[in-house]
Design a protein around this ligand. Structure first.
Ligand code: AMP
Ligand code: MG
Length: 405
């Protein structure tokens, strides 16, 4: 049995970066950037008015009130640089319209009196006011997005604003899921010792949320031959990751480890000092990573969240996920030597996060996950964690990270 930190080191150090592909920037949502984005242009691209009002050249000293004749109207979308402004002239200008190069200040329409083709300025004016300068948002040549960033709609807005049409992203990892268990029965009949397969739909949906290419290989009962047949066929597809559930414990029908040996897989670890999910197995078969995740629903959730996800991050060049810190509200008994991933509720007051570990942590229970808001991670040391201890927490789903801030 190895420690979680050693298991994760083993998982991430066995990962090689996936290759890249070019994508249309507007279709890159959810993908992981494999280049850094250096701005090719400045934003705004030209000085423009932040208000509907009048563009002037600021005069010093300012003596109020002063009058200027309106030379014309400049609307958003009008061409640049066609204007010449005499000292006693101004331009009626709209929000977003280019400011003439010889003007440096805009006075908003509410602050002037219009009198035919003349405008009277009676309120105090600051030089440079109400002008969005070229490049004051983003400067050409500046780095704006790091490689390894998962792209969100706001990144796509920046690409569109800067005229970036194409971006390099990691190829989407391919993940195959298979279930083991002679008890699994999907014809909605739970008599005769059968149960429904709840973890395959969980995994497939979570993999969809993680923006991965996923497929379900089916249920192999507890039949090593059927497992080997499925594996041999799937391995010809160069799948990046294969996940199995069940059959990695100590029972008579827990065949995954021996079947993998038969397949020539390199088993890198089997059993980790964690709860739930202790029997978890990690192997490499050529370039394919194989995670044998225990079958209980919460063990499966923990296996994906804390073993498979770090591997998927590593092959996509995404930074390792860092925990948040929180105060533990209720004392917690735990097995010594085991790292516990516990379902918890979170409250945030001002900047202080507090977590309350939910009472029912057994790995067969599905219901507590419905009310949990985060994972509380309790370290290996000791068999008791005192209330008010500071502990690590993770969002229930890595893609909802911002909700914890
Ligand atoms: P195993 O890891 O195969 O020993 O399974 C541990 C427990 O998880 C057993 O009670 C199984 O019936 C249950 N289990 C295994 N696979 C699934 C599944 N796909 N959906 C729901 N429960 C499962
Ligand atoms: Mg089983």
């Amino acid at each position: 049995m190895i420690l979680y930190k050693d298991a994760i080191h083993c998982v991430t150090s066995s990962a090689s970066l996936l290759s890249s592909e070019k994508l249309k920037a507007e279709s890159s949502l959810g993908r992981v950037l494999s280049q850094e984005i250096i701005s090719p242009e400045s934003l705004p691209p030209f000085a423009n008015s932040a208000m509907d009002g009048f563009a002037i050249s600021f005069e010093k000293p300012l003596s109020l009130p002063f009058r200027k004749r309106v030379n014309g109207i400049i609307a958003a979308g009008d061409a640049l640089n066609k204007h010449r402004t005499a000292t006693n002239e101004c331009w009626e200008i709209m929000t977003g319209a280019p400011v003439p190069s010889d003007c440096d200040t805009v006075v908003k329409i509410e602050d002037v009196q219009r009198d035919g083709e003349w405008v009277e300025f009676s309120k105090s004016v600051l030089k440079g006011q109400h002008i969005r300068k070229a490049g004051e948002d983003i400067l050409s040549g500046n780095k704006i997005i790091s490689s390894g960033t998962r792209l969100l709609p706001e990144h796509i807005m920046a690409f569109a604003a800067l005229g970036i049409k194409e971006v390099a992203v990691r190829c989407r990892p391919t993940v195959a899921v298979l279930s083991t268990g002679a008890e699994l029965n999907d014809d909605s009949n739970t008599e005769n010792g059968k149960i429904r397969n709840s973890t395959a739909p969980y995994l497939l949906n979570e993999l969809t949320s993680l923006q991965l290419e996923k497929k379900f290989l089916g249920v192999v009962a507890d039949d090593p031959k059927a497992f080997l047949k499925l594996m041999e066929s799937e391995l010809t597809n160069n799948t990046d990751v294969i996940l199995s559930t069940g059959a990695v414990s100590m029972g008579r029908y827990d065949f995954i480890a021996s079947a993998l040996r038969e397949l020539g897989a390199e088993i890198l670890f089997h059993k980790v000092a964690i709860r739930p999910g202790k029997p978890l197995l990690f192997a490499k078969i050529g370039k394919t990573a194989f995670f044998g995740i225990p079958g209980n629903p919460i063990s499966t959730v923990v296996g994906l969240r804390f073993f498979v996800e770090p591997y998927l991050r590593a092959i996509q060049g995404v930074e390792f996920e860092k925990p948040y810190r929180a105060l533990l509200e209720n004392p917690f008994n735990k097995p010594a030597g085991m790292r516990c991933f516990s379902k918890a509720q979170l409250s945030i007051q001002r900047t202080q996060r507090t977590v309350r570990i939910l009472p029912e942590q057994e790995s067969f229970r599905v219901a507590p996950l419905l009310t949990a808001q985060c994972w509380a991670v309790l370290p290996e040391e000791g068999n008791f964690v005192e209330a008010q201890s500071e502990i690590d927490i993770y969002p229930l789903h890595s893609y909802t990270q911002k909700e914890l801030l």
